[in-house]
Design a binder for this molecule. Structure first.
Ligand SMILES: [Zn+2]
Length: 328
């Protein structure tokens, strides 16, 4: 009996083995291909912030502004982007006539499915929140306010050069975000901020421009940053907020990307949502429970490289990379 049982077991095993081998060969592969996401380099992003700051404050109509704009166009081209420079004149709230340019770096412009990434590259002409009144009309370095978002996007472009995403990517660098009304001037002026994005959202570089969604990066470089859920983002694009925050959590950055309401910020994404109807979120370091909402350096002469952390740039950049490389 025992011998017969052993024999039958061997036969059974043989058939099972054959069966499973055959099944493996003929069954279609149902395991999804793992997406390879490049490793974002926080030090590289840091160096791109440093490079912008070295030009001096990027205030429209200044020499530093022209030089930095040229550098941004060149570096985006060197990473294989099809660059469109949108030049225009705009009247600021105080009557200043500004020569402005939005820089649009298109990756795989032929693709229909697209994602928009954006930041502002100009810097504030006045340190109007500075504790020292003698600084209230001095221009700021804008390392964090302006420079950090652009630094992250240039580093993302560096990866897009050799590892294309499945969807097309447009990196739009807006001008004249930060020429809004001076804090010490009392008259209310509507829409004095974000003039570059207002221009582009009304008149995009391509007629009928569309993107699946947009991510705006602003003030994303300070050490120990906390990114609350900004109100306009939640109103227009809650599912994109969820997608990005979930990716951050998966990467271990849940302590930075917190699920708490973060107030409403008038920023470039407002006009992308309002005029173009593209759901666009803002990743911004703003905490309504902190003394001034933004950090103590904000709109002061202290917004310099000392407030830039390559760890924070890495957390934001890696999160955005994981989002865009997982888009199909
Ligand atoms: Zn600002």
């Amino acid at each position: 009996m025992r011998g017969l049982l052993t024999f039958l077991l061997v036969i059974a095993t043989f058939f099972v083995s054959c069966g499973s081998t055959t099944a493996k060969k003929s069954a279609p592969a149902e395991v999804p291909m793992a997406v390879v996401v490049p490793i974002f380099n926080g030090d590289s992003a840091y160096s791109f912030v440093e490079k912008q700051v070295a030009f001096g404050p990027r205030v429209p109509n200044s020499e530093a502004h022209i030089k930095c704009g040229d550098w941004l166009e060149d570096i985006m081209r060197s990473y294989g982007a099809d660059v469109v420079s949108q030049r225009f004149e705009v009247l600021a709230y105080n009557g200043d006539r500004l020569s402005a340019r939005n820089i649009i770096a298109q990756f795989a412009p032929e693709k229909r499915k697209r994602v928009l990434l954006c930041a502002h590259w100009d810097t504030r002409p006045w340190a109007d929140s500075d504790p020292d009144p003698s600084n209230h009309y001095k221009a700021i370095d804008g390392a964090n306010d302006g420079g950090s978002g652009v630094g992250v996007l240039v580093e993302i472009a560096r990866h897009l050069a050799y590892a294309p995403t499945e969807v097309g990517v447009d990196i739009v660098l807006f001008d004249v975000e930060d020429y809004g009304i001076h804090e010490k001037e009392t008259s209310a002026v509507e829409n004095s901020w974000a003039l570059g994005s207002q221009y582009w959202a009304r008149l995009p570089h391509k007629s009928n421009y569309n993107a699946r969604f947009g991510i705006l990066l602003d003030i994303v470089g300070a050490p120990d940053s906390k990114f609350n859920v900004e109100g306009i983002s939640k109103h227009y694009a809650e599912n994109i907020v969820k997608k990005v925050w979930a990716q951050a959590k998966r990467l271990g950055y849940g302590n930075m990307f917190v699920n708490e309401d973060g107030g409403y910020i008038t920023d470039d994404h407002l006009y992308v949502n309002r005029f173009l109807g593209i759901p666009c979120i803002d990743i911004i370091n703003y905490d309504p429970d902190s003394p001034n909402g933004f950090g103590p350096y904000h709109h002061t002469v202290k917004d310099n490289m000392e407030w830039i952390s390559s760890e924070t740039l890495k957390a934001v950049g890696q999160t955005v990379l994981n989002v865009i490389y997982n888009e199909k």
